[in-house]
Design a protein around this ligand. Structure first.
Ligand SMILES: *Cc1c(COP(=O)(O)O)cnc(C)c1O
Length: 455
């Protein structure tokens, strides 16, 4: 038998619908609230930022939402993404576990993010939008939206967290190649950016600040919208194409996961692989252990508070109930830039509150060690973010060995690390350390959570 098995799907097995977990949850998620009135958000409140079709998806409780034909056509360039059985890794670990992983690094941008960038650009194009402003952490989302913008003839303006802008010049070059403009954030271009720079001229930036800047740009012009690459319900919805494919692929392999592992920044790739399986469980199918893995330096699900908070630092966005470290929290500049967000997807937070998933955190050295082991056995070099999922999956496989049980583990290898070689070089040179966040800053950020009367 092959050491690595790639399962392909026939045309008729490719997902034609995204899966909306809200339809199957025992309790609906708490509503998003208007930032000023604290009343439940209505569709009109979002109309300056998103096209109506995406707003409807954001608020939908329908189980299946059709993937538009043009989006499916574009997905076909790299979808279905491969599902690999990691036999060489299993042998190296000497584990009875069956380790499968879905590999999202095969997209043109190198991660799962085009799964939502393409439909978002599609719906905006349909609504007559000509420009989209957005933020990016490590550059994965910015480059994915730049790619989608190029396909649909939409101008893309990216605010990139300054520390990543400096660490990852090639991500910026990739965005510019696809025709986007890229500005380090905080910047002088917006009131939100100028306010931050006035306080701290060398501010490393954060996703929360970059979101404020992008939203500020988006609301200034009628032909400009905003797009977010994670956190929101419609983003998680689009990512379920990953889990839906995995269900069909594992069916061909005659297997079903006992354990699913994903890394969580804002929660979208994790939800994408896990929610379709969770839905089967909620409809009477097999129970799956679902594990979210996050960085110890930004431990949103494991240390954050479940509370209403803003999605950005300038407090322009709606309030959503989520696990949060506080919207003013700035995590240390560790290398998994895509995981440096103060909040978590409200839907992922909600399913954790319902006891349907678990979460844990790891420091970066243990994650790089896992990523290098994956590269040396399976050949694929993961993004630093994805290394968290690899670590989680390896630890579960080692537990199977200890307990002498064969369980099926499925993890999401959400992106390759080809633009992150500096991080690997630093790791090999012994320059990476396990950074911790500032407890005082966390306490202060949590103390600053907005008080929302009546909830
Ligand atoms: C953006 C990104 C993440 C974090 O975002 P999620 O919404 O939590 O998936 C993780 N890994 C990679 C490769 C990313 O590009």
């Amino acid at each position: 038998m092959n050491d690595t098995v790639k399962f392909v799907l026939d045309e008729e097995r490719l997902p034609k619908y995204w899966y909306n977990v809200v339809a199957d949850l025992p309790a609906p998620p708490p509503p998003a609230l208007h930032p000023a009135t604290h009343q439940p958000l209505g569709p009109d409140d979002l109309a300056a930022l998103f096209p109506l079709s995406l707003i409807e998806q954001e608020m939908s409780a329908e189980r299946e939402i059709e993937i538009p034909g043009p989006v499916r056509d574009l997905y076909r360039q790299w979808r279905p993404s491969p599902l690999y059985r990691a036999r060489r890794l299993e042998r190296e670990l000497d584990t009875p576990a069956r380790i499968n992983f879905k590999y999202e690094g095969v997209s043109p941008a190198g991660s799962h993010k085009p799964n939502t960038a393409i439909p978002q650009a599609f719906y905006n194009k349909e609504a007559g939008i000509r420009r989209i402003a957005t933020e990016t952490g490590a550059g994965q989302w910015g480059s994915s939206l730049a790619f989608a913008g190029a396909l649909f003839g939409i101008d893309v303006e990216v605010f990139m967290v300054r520390v990543s802008y400096q660490q990852k010049p090639y991500r910026r070059a990739l965005m510019e190649t696809w025709g986007a403009t890229c500005t380090p954030s905080p910047s002088e271009r917006t009131a939100a950016g100028r306010a931050i720079l006035a306080q701290r001229p060398n501010h490393p930036g954060s996703l929360g600040i970059a979101i404020s800047e992008a939203v500020e740009i988006a609301v200034q012009r009628a032909d400009t919208h905003y797009a977010l690459g994670s956190v929101l319900n419609h983003v998680l919805l689009h990512q379920t194409v990953v889990g839906l494919e995995a269900i069909a692929q594992l069916e061909l392999a005659d297997d079903y996961p006992d354990i699913i592992v994903g890394c969580t920044g804002g929660g979208s790739n994790f939800a994408g692989i896990a929610f379709p399986f969770l839905g089967q469980q909620l409809r009477g199918g097999r129970t799956v252990r679902i594990i979210a893995v996050e960085p110890s330096a930004c431990p949103t699900l494991t240390r954050g508070q479940y509370a209403y908070d803003y999605g950005d630092t300038a407090q322009l966005t709606p309030l959503t109930k989520m696990h949060t470290l506080g919207s003013t929290f700035t995590p240390p500049g560790f290398h998994a830039g895509g995981l440096r967000y103060h909040g978590m997807a409200p839907l992922v937070s909600h399913v954790q509150e319902l006891g349907l998933i678990e979460s844990r955190n790891y420091h970066q050295l243990a994650c790089f060690e896992a990523g290098v082991l994956l590269a040396r056995t399976e050949g694929i070099l993961p993004a630093p973010e994805a290394n968290h999922a690899v670590r989680g999956a390896i630890d579960e496989a080692l537990r199977c060995k200890e307990e002498g049980v064969s369980r099926a583990i499925l993890f999401n290898l959400c992106g390759h690390g080809h633009f992150d070689m500096q991080a690997y070089m630093d790791y090999f040179a012994g320059k990476l350390t396990d950074q911790t966040y500032d407890e005082g800053e966390l306490a202060m950020a949590l103390a600053g959570l907005p008080s929302v009367p009546g909830v």
